[in-house]
Each structure stands twice: as structure tokens, then as C-alpha cells.
Design a protein around this ligand. Structure first.
Ligand code: CDP
Length: 206
């Protein structure tokens, strides 16, 4: 079975997906890492990130490999591991531009659909565009301030700057971020990480 966990930026998708996947004994798949890695490669090659043919040709010449482990996803370009470089402010700022390119979305979707189930898939459109027939779908939300406070533990900027960047990214990602009509929406604001994980586990079909 495939479980999808979508949600807005910094809503806790990766930590929650990792916890749910570990409890189920399956891997989780972070679709955002593929968009982030595509962005890093584009930035390093000094491409115009709006230039879909250039970004796609570069990706085809530098194939990415996602390693979906329950303990944390890793991503490789050949022998080089990119994982540690994907959560910088510079990648945060460019990723929505790359993610808006239909050619890049089709390329990411094909990589995801080639993975062997079962797994937990997290991102924006896992329950809508990529795995519409998933066995269970969830969508995580929280207020921008709470999300910024959480992310401030992982970024050098202060909470208001992070909040402004998150709100901007929500807006740029709006098209692909609508919850699936059959997704269970969870406001993670009042919940602990474990509380969110338990809420999801309690609603999975037997
Ligand atoms: O954890 P956070 O929400 O900050 O980021 P992420 O899940 O790693 O996603 C990074 C970016 O990739 C998002 O801001 C979207 O632009 C894009 N993305 C997407 O368009 N569709 C997905 N399924 C996953 C990510």
C-alpha cells in the first residue's frame, strides 16, 4: 500500500513521514528532495531556473538517484551525495521556480512511480497528481508563525524572515499544493511530532 502525506512548507512532513514509515516498517519517499536536488544542480550550472529545456537537459545529463530509507532519504548524483546541501536558503529560494516547470514535474513523477511499493510518499501532490489511488492520504497544515518557529531551528535567519519566505513559497507552490478531496487534513499546530504520527497511524486501514 502507498500512504501519502502532503502539506505546506515546513508543516513537518518529513519527520512525520519518517515516523509513520518506521512504525509500518516501510521506506518513506521525499519528493521534495528531487525538486531540491534539481534546483541545486541548476544553480551550480548557472542555468536560468525558468528555462525548462535547459534545466531538463541538465537533469538528463546528470541523473539523480533517490535512496528512500525509513531513517531519512539520501540523494545522489553519480558518486556525489547531495543530501546535506539541499536545505540551504539559496535552494529554498529557487526551488519553487524549478518545481513550477511541467517538464521537471513529469520527470520527478516518473522517478517516483518507478519505486517499488509499499512506502510512505511525502510532498505537495502525492495524493493528487502522483498517487491518486493511494490507500490512505493525509494533508498537514500549521500557521505560518508556528512553521517558521520550527524551521528556525534548521536555518540561520530569524523567525520573521523565515516566515516571510515560507509564505512566499506557499504562494508559489499553491497550484500543486491543493489537498486531495479524500485526504484527512491535520492541523499540526497543537500537536507534538509523536501526536501527529499517532493520529495518522490510528486512521490507517487495517
Ligand atoms: O519541507 P519543505 O516543505 O520546506 O520542502 P520540501 O517538501 O522539500 O519541498 C521543497 C519544494 O519542492 C516545495 O517548496 C515545492 O516547490 C517543491 N515540491 C513540489 O512542488 N511538489 C512536491 N511533491 C514536493 C516538493
Amino acid at each position: 500500500m502507498i500512504v501519502t502525506i502532503d502539506g505546506v512548507a515546513a508543516s513537518g512532513k518529513s519527520s512525520v513521514s519518517g515516523g509513520v514509515a518506521r512504525a509500518l516498517g516501510v521506506p518513506y519517499v521525499s519528493s521534495g528532495l528531487l525538486y531540491r536536488a534539481a534546483t541545486l544542480l541548476g544553480l551550480e550550472a548557472r542555468l536560468d531556473l525558468h528555462d525548462a529545456p535547459a534545466v531538463l537537459a541538465h537533469l538528463q545529463g546528470h541523473p539523480l538517484r533517490l535512496e528512500p530509507l525509513a531513517g531519512g532519504n539520501r540523494i545522489w548524483q553519480g558518486d556525489r551525495e547531495l543530501t546535506g546541501e539541499l536545505h540551504s536558503t539559496r535552494v529554498d529560494a529557487g526551488v519553487s521556480v524549478v518545481a513550477a516547470l511541467p517538464e521537471v514535474r513529469a520527470w520527478v513523477d516518473a522517478q517516483l512511480r518507478a519505486l517499488p511499493a509499499p512506502f510512505v510518499a511525502e510532498g505537495r501532490d502525492m495524493g493528487t497528481a502522483v498517487f491518486p489511488h493511494a490507500g490512505a492520504k493525509f494533508y498537514l497544515t500549521a500557521s505560518p508563525r508556528i512553521r517558521a518557529q520550527r524551521r528556525a531551528q534548521e536555518r540561520p535567519e530569524d523567525v520573521p524572515a523565515i516566515e516571510a519566505a515560507l509564505v512566499r513559497r506557499d504562494e508559489l507552490d499553491r497550484v500543486q499544493s491543493a489537498p486531495a478531496p479524500d485526504a484527512v487534513v491535520i492541523d499540526t499546530g497543537p500537536l507534538t511530532l509523536d501526536g501527529v504520527i499517532q493520529t495518522i497511524l490510528a486512521q490507517l486501514p487495517a
